[in-house]
Design a protein. Structure first.
Length: 292
C-alpha cells in the first residue's frame, strides 16, 4: 500500500507539472513594449499573472472592465496594467495570500480546519490588496496634483497673457513646470490635440481620466470661456487664485488637525512613561521617609 500511495503521489505531481507546462505554453507572451516597467515585486509574479489573465480575461464582463479601467486611469496606472491583468493580479494575490496563511497555520496547527481558515482569511485579503494599492496610488496622485496645479495655472496664465493660445500655453507649462502626474496628463492632452481631437473633447477626457474636482472645475471653466468667447486670461487668473486659496485652506486644516491626531500616541505612549518615571521618584521618597 505504501508503494502504491507513493506512486500515486508521484503521478499526481507529474500531472500537475505537465498541466502547468501546458498552461504556460498556451498563454501568450506579455507585450509590454509600450507600457510602463513593472515594479520588482510584480516582475516576480508576472508569469502567474499572465496565466491567470489568459484564463479569466475572456470571461470578464464589459461593465467590470470599464470600472477597472476607470480605477486604473484615476490612479495613473493604466499604462502599467490593463483591466484584464488587474483581474489576474487579484486572483494571483488571493492564491498567494491563501498559501502564506496556510503555511503559517500548518506550522501552528496542521489540520483541515487550518486550510479552511487560511482560505477564509487569505483569499479576501489577497483579492482586495490590488484595490487598496490603487487607492493609495490615487491618494498620492491627488495630493501631487493639488500641490502642482497652482504652479501650472500660473505658467498657463502668463503664457496666455503674453499672446500664446491655450494649447501653446499648456505646452509651455509642461516644459517649464514641475515633473509629476499633472504634467504627464497635460502632455497626454496635447497628444490628443495633435491627433486631431477638438480642444473641448480633449479637456473633457482629461477631466474624466483624472476624476479630481479641481481639474474638472478648471476644464469646465476653459470650455465655457471658449464657448462664450470670454477672456481666457481673466478666467485662468481667477482659477489660479481659487486653487491657491484652496491649497492654503487645506494646509491650514491639516495644521489644525495635527494636535488631535497627536493626542492618541501621547495618551497611549508618552504619558504612561512620564507617570512611570514620576511614580518611581515618589516611591523612592516614600521609602526614604519610612512611609513604605
Amino acid at each position: 500500500m505504501l508503494i502504491i500511495l507513493s506512486l500515486m503521489i508521484c503521478a499526481a505531481i507529474v500531472m500537475v507539472m505537465v498541466a502547468i507546462r501546458g498552461i504556460l505554453q498556451s498563454a501568450p507572451k506579455a507585450e509590454r513594449e509600450y507600457q510602463d516597467p513593472l515594479p520588482a515585486m510584480l516582475r516576480m509574479i508576472w508569469p502567474l499573472v499572465t496565466i491567470a489573465t489568459h484564463i479569466i480575461g475572456p470571461r470578464l464582463s464589459s461593465e467590470s472592465m470599464e470600472k477597472s479601467h476607470r480605477a486604473l486611469q484615476s490612479a495613473g496606472q493604466d499604462y502599467l496594467v490593463s483591466p484584464e491583468e488587474l483581474a489576474g493580479l487579484r486572483v494571483v494575490g488571493a492564491c498567494i495570500a491563501t498559501a502564506m496563511f496556510f503555511a503559517v497555520l500548518m506550522m501552528l496547527d496542521p489540520s483541515f480546519g487550518s486550510l479552511m481558515l487560511a482560505f477564509v482569511l487569505g483569499a479576501p485579503i489577497g483579492w482586495l490588496y490590488p484595490s487598496l494599492w490603487l487607492s493609495d496610488r490615487r491618494k498620492l496622485r491627488v495630493k501631487k496634483v493639488i500641490r502642482d496645479l497652482p504652479i501650472f495655472l500660473d505658467f498657463i496664465t502668463m503664457s496666455v497673457e503674453a499672446g500664446l493660445n491655450i494649447t501653446g500655453a499648456i505646452e509651455q507649462a509642461v516644459q517649464k513646470g514641475p515633473q509629476g502626474p499633472l504634467g504627464q496628463e497635460f502632455s497626454r492632452m496635447l497628444r490628443d490635440l495633435r491627433a486631431g481631437l477638438p480642444r473641448s473633447e480633449a479637456l473633457r477626457r482629461l477631466a474624466d481620466r483624472m476624476d479630481i474636482a479641481q481639474i474638472s472645475s478648471f476644464t469646465s471653466a476653459l470650455i465655457q470661456a471658449d464657448r462664450v468667447g470670454a477672456s481666457l486670461g481673466e478666467t485662468l487668473r481667477a482659477q489660479s487664485m481659487q486653487r491657491r486659496e484652496e491649497r492654503f485652506l487645506r494646509a491650514e486644516k491639516l495644521a489644525l488637525e495635527a494636535p488631535v491626531k497627536m493626542m492618541l500616541p501621547l495618551v497611549t505612549c508618552f504619558f504612561p512613561l512620564v507617570f512611570i518615571v514620576l511614580a518611581y521618584f515618589i516611591y523612592l521618597k516614600m521609602v526614604q521617609d519610612g512611609i513604605l
